[in-house]
Design a protein around this ligand. Structure first.
Ligand SMILES: Cc1cc2nc3c(=O)[nH]c(=O)nc-3n(C[C@H](O)[C@H](O)[C@H](O)COP(=O)(O)OP(=O)(O)OC[C@H]3O[C@@H](n4cnc5c(N)ncnc54)[C@H](O)[C@@H]3O)c2cc1C
Length: 494
């Protein structure tokens, strides 16, 4: 199924009042961009944001150095490729991301009900009864499942009594928000200091196409000012000596206490926790929003499958897959947080590749079936890379365009017609295409032609079948069609 083209049309739609006000998770990591490609919002995301600007360190008015994000992370330069079309993080204030996702949902006929609070809920063997309040009125609704995606202070998590293990950096505070600034030149992450000491910096990021800057200043808790514009102006002058910069039009401000915590269970019967409700991170490394998007992306298709009749155990794989992934990201963001509070040193190991979340996968998990005696470089559980193929009528097709939508995709390498029978057998569940070499005279009806690069990327032989899940991970790899049928039955095929 492809997304309806009309769903992205902005029309006269305006963001509901409940969308994020602050720029918050402003860095979209490459894997998140791939999810947004699948969800049909990537064009808008790319048009509204920009690549991360370089960092520029000042001592007073003097520029000490300028470095790119990759130089800061100790990573090698990287260019887009057919396998990885979005290799770099993208700068976009979270209020824009929220607006775009709400608009996309509205286009699909889904309204986000802001101003409606979950006051409490009860679970039973066959469902959840939730009490909602809105404008003083109370509504009781019954549902099969409850998704606890209600942020770091999650009512759902607290109601369940699930522990939130980890640490709070209670001797530190971060003042963060969005403001207009007159007097800064150029598109940078401006790291302002009095004398080049990064530990006492005041940072301003240009937010693309908004006229606002995101500001960040970290300090000891006992030195934290009131979160007001006046205090912000004072802090800027104290830290940097810069009296020439004028701050005005404060859009958002928060004095942020940094937590690094996560739950031990993501599924508690009929309740599933996702995003900040399940884990909260330091903003160092820009991971929080991104790992939350990945939770929802992992959970969404499983919930849809179970509601459509797939075995309920499918939902257990959500925790099995996302717990280790979230724990790994939490470890990374916490390590980076410590690093950020000390001046970065030239000898620190580069963390760039880990931050992209492109390498996170589910190898060895309950929903991976690697059926080859000698697995290739790309295995069940890995992210399915993009690539370019040709259709029978000579048009170029991206694999991500083929994967887009809520169905599984079967890529069958080898002779024409190897994969298509699966689509005829499971038309609502599977899109199946054979990928043949360009030396084959005809790829067959619906078949795809590869110049050899996709086969190399997938490390496939002439008989390999790759079953790609709706969330873009390789679910099963085998040379046996029976193994693919078995996997599909586990996820609801009849
Ligand atoms: C100041 C700040 C700076 C940040 N900086 C970064 C960054 O640089 N990079 C990054 O990746 N991430 C950053 N984050 C984190 C990022 O914003 C979150 O990880 C992300 O928003 C998590 O999304 P979520 O949907 O899980 O939770 P949220 O975005 O918090 O959304 C939860 C929603 O649930 C609603 N809700 C809460 N309780 C109830 C209830 N009882 N009933 C109904 N609705 C309820 C809330 O109103 C909210 O709309 C930052 C966060 C903050 C606060």
């Amino acid at each position: 199924m492809s997304w309806p083209a009309a769903a992205c049309a902005a029309g006269s739609w305006s963001a509901p009042a409940g969308c994020s006000r602050g720029s918050r998770g402003k860095g979209l990591q490459p894997r998140t961009l791939e999810v947004f490609d699948d969800l049909g919002v990537i064009d808008e995301v790319l048009a509204s944001g920009t690549e991360f600007p370089p960092f520029r360190l000042y001592a007073g008015h003097d520029v000490v150095w300028e470095r790119t994000l990759l130089q800061m992370l100790g990573a090698d330069p990287i260019e887009p490729s057919p396998q990885t079309p979005y290799p770099l993080p993208w700068l976009l204030p979270q209020w824009r991301t929220d607006e775009m996702l709400c608009r996309r949902l509205a286009g699909l006929g889904v309204e986000v009900e802001f101003g409606t609070e979950l006051a409490g809920f009860r679970t039973s063997d066959d469902g959840v009864t939730a009490t909602l309040t809105r404008d003083g009125s109370v509504e009781v609704i019954r549902a099969d499942y409850l998704g606890g995606c209600d942020g770091g202070r999650s009512t759902v998590r607290k109601h369940l009594g699930v522990g939130f293990e980890g640490q709070t950096f209670d001797t530190e505070r971060t003042l963060v928000g969005d403001v207009r600034v007159d007097g800064l030149d150029g598109f940078f992450c401006h790291l302002l200091t009095r004398d080049g000491d990064l530990a006492n910096r005041f940072s301003f990021w240009n937010l693309p196409r908004t006229g606002y800057y995101r500001f960040v200043a970290s300090m000891a808790a006992h030195e934290a000012p009131e979160p007001t514009l006046a205090a912000l102006r004072d802090l800027l002058v104290t830290r940097t000596g810069r009296t020439d910069l004028r701050l005005h039009d404060l859009r958002s401000i928060a004095l942020h206490e940094v937590h690094a915590r996560m739950v031990q269970q993501f599924r508690i019967g009929r309740v599933l926790l996702a995003g900040d409700a399940a884990h909260v991170h330091s903003s160092a490394g820009g991971q929080g929003l991104n790992v939350s998007v990945q939770d929802a992306y992992n959970l969404g298709w499983k919930l849809a499958a179970v509601l459509g009749g797939a075995p309920e155990q499918l939902l257990d794989s959500y925790e099995a897959e996302r717990f280790p992934a979230a724990a790994a990201v939490l470890g990374l963001s916490t390590a980076l947080h410590r690093h950020y509070f000390a001046p970065p040193s030239e000898s620190d190991p580069g963390t760039g590749p880990a931050l992209t979340q492109l390498g996170l996968g589910y190898r060895g998990g309950p929903l991976t079936d690697e059926g080859r005696a000698a697995p290739g470089a790309l295995q069940a559980g890995d992210r399915a890379p993009d690539g370019l193929v040709r259709t029978a009528d000579g048009a170029t097709l991206r694999l991500f365009d083929l994967f887009r939508g809520p169905q599984f995709t079967l890529l069958g390498f080898g002779r024409p017609g190897a994969a298509e029978p699966f689509e005829r057998r499971y038309p609502a569940l599977v899109r199946a295409r054979t990928v043949t070499s360009s030396t084959v005279t005809s790829p067959g009806p619906g078949g795809l032609v590869d110049d050899g690069r996709v086969k190399a990327t997938y490390d496939a032989t002439e008989k390999t079948l790759f079953l790609i899940r709706p969330d873009g991970y390789v679910g099963a790899v085998s040379e046996s069609p029976d193994a693919i049928h078995t996997y599909l039955r586990r996820v609801g095929a009849r």
